[in-house]
Ligand binder design. Structure first.
Ligand code: NAD
Ligand code: MG
Ligand code: MG
Ligand code: MG
Ligand code: MG
Ligand code: MG
Length: 332
């Protein structure tokens, strides 16, 4: 069984008198900064000149300085910039200002596991990885709830890395839901596999493929949208609340019979073979290498795919249908 930590296992007072620098004020950065501030921890935000996030962070009451400045003055430096920009900022602004016995914290293990960031031996290095989009890290915390998270210690030179990691996880709300102890390798490989095969790649392509199948067969796109996309949220909420069995309890027996008999034909052996291959490419580093090179080349493939995907019929139909649901905030 996994080693789990909850609120009772973490002590916020170990962060008393310490200053935490949050580098980046995006999805995770804004959530960490605000949750930690609400947990009475001293926060300073590091951004680059011209960042659109500066105004947001200042409006939320934070002091904002350059990455170099906040790294120099903080006891704990949390790197919450996009993964692809981290290596360069690390070399130029973080490493030269990182003093001995300080702590370097990340929310995902990619750069350290694949040697894009090589920390010096004189600082603590650990990861607190919320298993949630940043906006929910903040929203759930405000509602008195929390999202689960992972804790991994890469390097513990002060002997206090774990208690600091636990305290930060508590300060952002993760120990309310459960924090699992792991390694950089396990976090990174499972995170990439999850987002590629189910959470993002798997689900987005399953939605799109089912939508296209219905539309190509002559059914109305609006009906295909409701069936293949909108209703997924309603059903996945049931899975989240009570497991797959709770969703199966709520659906009709006909739907449940179709689930047992047709589901394995959609996710057949061929799909499982593909999943194994995708996992292999994560484990042997070839996915990481491909993505690092894509970034070095200026993201030509990524940009083209992003543009093409936005133009898909499912997005246009969705925009129109959601405009009729006034309780949904507009998201662009
Ligand atoms: P993001 O893209 O939402 O935020 C980027 C922030 O970094 C912005 O405020 C931007 O202005 C700032 N930034 C960009 N370049 C910078 C630079 N050169 N110097 C200083 N600041 C700069 O990032 P994110 O999605 O929150 O990801 C942050 C980290 O959290 C990553 O390691 C990611 O893997 C991890 N993570 C993200 C999520 C998520 O929900 N997005 C979930 C778990 C873990
Ligand atoms: Mg993003
Ligand atoms: Mg993830
Ligand atoms: Mg990820
Ligand atoms: Mg139905
Ligand atoms: Mg039923």
């Amino acid at each position: 069984m996994a080693k789990m930590y909850y609120d009772k296992d973490a002590d916020l007072s170990v962060l008393k008198g310490k200053k935490i620098a949050i580098l980046g004020y995006g999805s995770q950065g804004h959530a960490w900064a605000n949750n930690l501030k609400d947990s009475n921890i001293d926060i300073v935000v590091g951004l680059y000149k011209g960042s659109k996030s500066i105004a947001k962070a200042e409006a939320d009451g934070f002091i904002v300085k350059s990455v170099a400045e906040v790294t120099m003055e903080a006891d704990i430096v949390v790197v919450l910039m996009p993964d692809n920009v981290q290596p360069e900022v690390y070399e130029k602004e973080i490493l030269p200002n990182l003093k001995p016995n300080k702590a370097l914290v990340v929310a995902h293990g990619f750069n350290i596991l694949y040697n894009q960031i090589v920390p010096p031996e004189y600082v603590d290095v650990f990861m607190v990885a919320p298993k949630s989009p940043g906006h929910l890290v903040r929203r759930m915390f405000k509602e008195g709830k929390g999202v689960p998270g992972l804790l991994a210690i890469y390097q513990d030179i002060t002997g206090r890395a774990k208690e600091m990691g636990l305290a930060i996880a508590k300060g952002i709300g993760c120990t309310r839901a459960g924090l699992i102890e792991t390694t950089f390798q396990e976090e990174t490989e499972t995170d990439l596999f999850g987002e590629q095969c189910v959470l993002c790649g798997g689900v987005n392509h399953l939605i799109t493929a089912t939508f296209e199948t219905l539309v190509e067969a002559g059914y109305q796109p609006e009906i295909a949208y409701f069936e293949c996309l909108n209703e997924l949220k309603l059903l996945i909420d049931l899975v989240y609340e009570g497991g797959i069995k709770w969703m199966r309890y709520s659906i009709s027996d006909t739907a449940e019979y179709g689930d047992y008999t047709r589901g394995p034909r959609v996710i057949d052996d061929h799909v499982r073979q593909n999943m194994k291959q995708i996992l292999k490419e994560i484990q042997d580093g070839s996915f990481a290498q491909e993505w690092i090179l894509e970034n070095k080349a200026g993201r030509p493939k990524y940009t083209a795919m992003k543009y093409r995907a936005k133009e898909h019929l499912i997005e246009k139909v969705g925009d129109q249908l959601r405009a009729m649901m006034p309780w949904l905030e507009k998201r662009d």
